[in-house]
Ligand binder design. Structure first.
Ligand code: AMP
Ligand code: GLY
Length: 421
């Protein structure tokens, strides 16, 4: 099979690394790719992911049998619909199903209609009604803006004053169509749970936990994720059974019945509460950096299961994960998630990746001649597998120590929760 992989981060490097191990892979091409992906694929780095015509042209010229979409933006933009219309198999949902990530309201309404456990919520288009609701419910309470309210997406307000201020801010910034979603605060531990869905069949693909805050002890600003580990100890077999029965399968069924079957990986962000699993949000792609730890544990042929997902034949497949633990430590540029420097040189990646059980995935790097330099906020994902979390973590941090990049930083406590359990 000839495969085209879309994306340029650590998630896509991990996908490329694993796809390259497949006995049925002929050629792997990536758009735009990165220096890590280039070890496994031919990268066409001049084509932007927004240029769907150019992507279709590459598929025809290279006789592509499967397109694997890494990030959500092209999916929300309808790349899967376009490829399917051209007769090309694609791993990733169409625009209608991608609303699970693209619109919080779409997902909340779907949960309401199908009794899927999630935080109770109200939606408001008037500031006064929103303030009344907040006063009645009290804090803690969670406020979410739909659509265009970038940067002010979610406020977890621990006090009433904070909640009222957030309401005012959203309506002050917003235009006529502004809507705010106000949610019950869920208490518990967060888990990322992944399933392959081919329209009908739902196949669990493992659990992980990530660390969203920038600094040790879960302090500092929110980031895209500073590290992750898999499996999540809190996500027992019983929790998985309940999540499949109460959340993921009813979602897949609802989308199929509504005429927009979900094909791809469905990433459920869950809160494990005293009442069981509740849905916080869906994403329509692998998590980054969760994908990196899942793929370290995956046994067998990634290409085969992604192709089966795209072609509706998942019922014949199995997914097997090693019982081992995997962790990934994100090395980021100093200053991330605020402003940071680009172009600083990185050495020691090959030595770090040479340690047993370790892979270093490139998230934001660039080659300047022979020299590897930082080219983003999250730059490297130092990933390791071991018999247990303690071993995996020791291997990952031994590898981190071999990387010579004075302008980088990482958390030193990834997987602290799993070690405490
Ligand atoms: P979201 O963008 O919906 O994933 O929300 C970002 C983060 O806010 C989540 O990862 C949770 O940590 C937190 N969060 C969102 N909704 C809730 C909720 N209803 N209760 C508690 N925490 C929440
Ligand atoms: N690591 C969280 C995400 O990919 O959304």
């Amino acid at each position: 099979m000839n495969v085209l992989l879309l994306g340029s981060g650590g998630r896509e490097h991990a996908l490329a690394w694993k796809l390259a191990q497949s006995p049925s892979l002929a050629t792997l091409i990536a758009i735009p790719g990165n220096p890590g992906i280039a070890e496994h694929a031919r990268c066409l780095d001049s084509i932007p992911l927004t240029d769907h015509d150019a992507i279709v042209t590459v598929c025809a010229a290279e006789k592509i049998d499967l397109v694997v979409v890494g990030p959500e933006a092209p999916l929300v933009d309808g790349i899967a619909d376009r490829l399917i219309a051209e007769g090309i198999n694609v791993f990733g949902p169409g625009r209608a199903a991608a609303q699970l990530e693209g619109s919080k309201l779409f997902t909340k309404e779907l949960c309401r209609q199908h009794d899927i456990p999630t935080a109770a919520f109200g939606r408001f288009s008037q500031a006064e009604a929103a303030r009344d609701f907040v006063r009645r419910r009290g804090a803690p309470i969670v406020l979410k803006a739909d659509g265009l309210m970038a940067g002010k997406g979610v406020v977890v307000a621990m006090t009433l004053d904070e909640a009222l201020a957030a309401v005012d801010e959203v309506f002050a910034m917003g235009d006529a169509g502004t809507e705010i979603l106000i949610e019950e605060y869920l208490e518990g531990e967060e888990v990322s749970f992944f399933c392959l869905v081919d329209g009908e069949t739902v196949l669990p693909f493992g659990s992980a936990q990530d660390h969203k805050r920038a600094f040790d002890g879960d302090q500092g600003p929110n980031t895209g994720g500073m590290g992750a580990y898999s499996p999540a100890p809190v996500f027992t077999a019983e929790m998985e059974r309940r999540t499949l029965a109460e959340i993921v399968k009813p979602t897949a069924r609802a989308l199929a019945d509504g005429g927009s079957p979900y094909r791809g990986v469905l990433f459920a962000g869950l809160m494990i509460t005293l009442d069981g699993p509740k849905l916080i949000e869906y994403n329509v792609r692998f998590g980054d950096p969760e994908c990196q730890v899942l793929l370290m544990r995956l046994e067998g042929d990634l290409l085969e299961v992604l192709h089966a997902t795209a072609t509706g034949t998942l019922a014949d497949e199995r997914v097997s994960m090693a019982p081992d633990a995997a962790i990934t430590v994100v090395m980021a540029a100093r200053g991330y998630p605020g402003s940071y420097e680009k172009g600083t040189p990185i050495k020691g990646v090959a030595a770090a990746g040479g340690l047993p059980g370790v892979h270093v995935f490139h998230a934001g790097t660039r080659l300047e001649g022979e020299r590897l330099v930082a080219n983003g906020g999250r730059v490297l994902n130092v990933t390791a597998i071991g018999a247990n979390v303690a071993e995996a973590r020791e291997r990952a941090y031994d590898a981190v120590a071999l990387i010579d990049w004075p302008q980088g930083f990482c958390r030193s406590d990834i997987a602290w929760r799993a070690l405490a359990e």
